[in-house]
Ligand binder design. Structure first.
Ligand SMILES: [Zn+2]
Ligand SMILES: [Zn+2]
Length: 253
């Protein structure tokens, strides 16, 4: 079982539209970050967490031939902008793709992609089967546990997949969710930048503090902005915490 980071960048991507980026960061391709999403492959299934606006390019460069279902963390466009790109998988699956998320994200997806749903459904448009997830479930060989977290004023979900936790766009993790991380071997956590503090995202020092609290021994940071340099940042982090980079593949524990 393994997971691939399809993108590790913040909402605007890195570099941002127009190509703007600190010039000294261009030397390292690991500093180019598409919007955050992962692809999980197990013996029994292939699925995504989030589908960003660059999904078409991400799927081509990673060779994602099938998607059985999708877990969505929240309704911001950098996490759902590519849902329309799943149409090809409808043809392969001969049916809708199940999308598990919060009630708020279901409502938002129906509003923003209104031509895919209900009476407004446009013939031939992408078919999604939106489902609210509130409790752990097993799909194939993966146990999926939703992890409630706060992204500023928005209540969103991270996901625990077996013993790997994926938490993006985090500002606060409640104690009840920290308990759900018990026994995890890998944590993937968002960290926007070094400083200053941000109202809806953890900074790198804040994320490191949370990882140390959980005592999970392998950690990857995601959702970084255009000011975060891969190599020099990794040198400053504790040895068990690393920045993830686009196209990196790690085992799903
Ligand atoms: Zn985001
Ligand atoms: Zn967000």
């Amino acid at each position: 079982m393994k997971l691939t980071f399809l993108g590790t960048g913040t909402s605007m991507g890195v570099p941002v539209a127009g190509g703007f980026m600190r010039e000294e960061l261009f030397h390292d391709p690991r500093n180019e970050r598409m919007r955050c999403s992962i692809w999980v492959q197990t013996n029994e299934c292939s699925f995504l967490i989030d589908v960003g606006p660059e999904y078409r390019m991400q799927s081509i460069r990673s060779g994602i031939k099938s998607v059985d279902f999708v877990l969505v963390t929240h309704e911001h466009m950098d996490h759902i902008g590519g849902l329309d790109e799943l149409r090809m998988y409808n043809y392969k699956k001969k049916g809708p793709i199940e999308v598990y998320t919060t009630q708020s994200a279901c409502d938002s997806i129906k509003n923003r992609f209104d031509y895919m749903f209900g009476e407004k459904k446009y013939p031939g448009s992408t078919s999604l089967d939106l489902k609210v997830i509130t409790a752990p479930m097993n799909i194939g060989d993966v146990e999926i546990t939703p992890l409630p977290i706060s992204h500023g004023s928005l209540e969103i979900l991270g996901y625990r997949l077996n013993n790997t936790a994926y938490l993006t766009d985090v500002k606060h993790i409640p104690e009840s969710t920290i308990e759900l991380l018990n026994g995890c071997e890998t944590i993937i956590l968002s960290a926007l930048r070094w400083e200053p503090e941000h109202p809806t995202h953890l900074t790198i020092p804040e994320a490191v503090e949370i990882i140390e609290q959980t005592q999970i021994y392998e950690a990857y940071l995601i959702h970084m902005n255009s000011y975060v340099d891969h190599e020099s940042t990794n040198k400053k982090l504790p040895p068990h915490i690393k920045l993830a980079f686009d196209m990196q593949t790690i085992p799903l524990r």
